[in-house]
Design a binder for this molecule. Structure first.
Ligand code: UD1
Length: 436
């Protein structure tokens, strides 16, 4: 793996317009879902992120014909898939490969997948996925890190989720679309990407109703056909840019979004005194010199997303007074705090609560991304900070953000991607802008 870094010279407000790409968390479910059809599916508004590339490789590995164009489009033909097993070395690279369990179980009545990898943000059990498959009649066992699921015939059932889980809701939908009879998921996740996956399945001929509410009903069908589908905009990428605009006291139009999906972020920015103007398909964020303190608790949609908890913690670090963030979904999602502290933030973490004593500013430092959204937070911190910040481990960031440095440079940020061997000091000592 190429070890690259971001070098950021902070202190410049972000200005201009940024266009948001397709939703990562939708595409990582929709791409495997395409295997359920007996014909090829074309998916548009595809983000070019590492998770998409990895997933395209995994789908090819199980026998699908995949064609990835440079115009944000992928065509997937699942009719050639014969293998119900996915390769360990690829699956371990991305957590969302667990969607192959639901897909292959739904397609062949059996699936064999290594337990997934992904971001280290705490224990991420899949007991609710398994509970769902078992309720549909599958026998599931985990042995030596491999999940094996098998059923003679999947039969619809009512499944109550003990926790609101995006992954379990989607995985059960994927397994149930071709099951016999009616499946009902109660206490389902309501995230926009859950709705997007349901819309995609319906576009292939499935009968899924109620996605976006806490009860989803799936009437099994015998056959799914090919379709063309456009992925929704990425709510988390959009939120990241909204927060970056606010934190740098900038003025940014975040375009190609569904403002409704951003309501929880908008609400918190407004509480902090930041101006947010909503258009039909954009939001404009205008910062202020000293944001007000805020209290945030992460919750399933439509609550404040855990994926934006780390980015918004930068804003809390420089806000007036004491802000509090309660992370209620994952237990190790404050690993970025140590890095922010090295940049001058005053943060105390107690269990799943972080307390921020607002400081006047941050200073550039060498910092390391510990996971995808932690990486996004450190970039924002670098944009805010005085001096130069170096962020390493940026392969985490590339998993979920398409060339984030190009989008930021388009907003007037001084940010550059450098190889591991390139020198921070050289960049610091040059008087010219990092962007050429
Ligand atoms: C998805 C998102 C991730 C986001 C998270 C919460 C994708 C690819 N990833 O992850 O970006 O941070 O939703 O919005 O869409 N849980 C269980 N048992 C299970 C499943 C989950 O106890 O079987 C718990 C988890 O530990 C967590 C909570 O449920 O506390 C929510 O997790 P879940 O919604 O499943 O997250 P992911 O689907 O892994």
């Amino acid at each position: 793996m190429l070890l690259e870094k971001f070098y950021i010279r902070g202190g410049k407000p972000l200005t201009g317009t940024v266009t948001i790409g397709g939703a990562k968390n939708a595409v990582v479910a929709i791409m495997p879902a395409a295997l359920l059809a007996d014909e090829s599916c074309t998916i548009d508004n595809l983000p070019y992120i590492d998770d998409v590339i990895t997933l395209a490789d995994i789908l090819e590995e199980v026998g699908a014909k995949v064609s990835l164009s440079t115009k944000g489009r992928i065509t997937i033909d699942g009719s050639t898939v014969t293998d119900h097993k996915a390769p360990y070395d690829m699956v371990k690279r991305m957590r969302a490969s667990y969607y192959l369990l639901g897909v292959l179980l739904g397609k062949f009545g059996k699936a064999e997948i290594p337990l997934p990898g992904g971001c280290e943000i705490g224990a991420r059990p899949i007991d609710q996925h398994i509970k769902g498959f078992e309720a549909l009649g599958a026998k599931v066992e985990i042995e030596h890190g491999i999940v094996r699921a098998e059923a003679k015939r999947l039969i619809g059932n009512e499944i109550y989720l003990d926790v609101v889980s995006v992954g379990a809701t989607i995985n059960i939908m994927l397994a149930a679309v071709k099951a016999e009879g009616l499946t009902t998921i109660v206490n389902a996740a309501k995230e926009p990407h859950v709705v997007d996956v349901a819309n995609f399945l319906n576009c292939m001929g499935a009968k899924v109703k109620g996605a976006g509410t806490d009860t989803i009903r799936i009437k099994g069908v015998d056959k799914l056909s090919g379709c063309e589908y456009t992925i929704i905009p990425d709510q988390i990428e959009a939120g990241t840019f909204m927060i970056a605009a606010a934190a740098t006291n900038g003025d940014v139009i975040v375009a190609n979004v569904i403002p409704k999906h951003l309501e929880s972020v908008t609400a918190k920015l407004l509480e902090m005194g930041i101006e947010v103007i909503e258009g039909d398909d954009y939001v404009r964020v205008k910062g202020i010199s000293k944001p007000r303190k805020v209290n945030i608790k992460t919750l399933p949609y439509p609550g404040f997303p855990t994926d934006l908890q780390q980015p918004i913690s930068v804003l809390c670090s420089i806000a007036e007074g004491t802000s509090i963030i309660h992370e209620s979904l994952f237990d190790h999602r404050f690993r970025h705090v140590e890095e922010l502290s090295r940049m001058g933030a005053k943060i105390k973490v107690e269990d799943r609560v972080a307390i921020f004593e607002g400081v006047d500013g941050l200073t550039g430092a060498l910092v390391s991304a510990t996971d995808l959204r932690a990486g996004a937070a450190l970039i924002i911190a670098g944009l805010v900070a005085e001096g130069v910040t170096e962020v390493d481990n940026i392969h985490f960031i590339d998993r979920g953000y398409e060339r984030i440095e190009r989008k930021l440079a388009g907003l007037n940020a001084d940010i550059k991607r450098l190889d591991d061997g390139q020198s921070l000091l050289k960049a610091v000592s040059s008087n010219v802008s990092l962007i050429k």
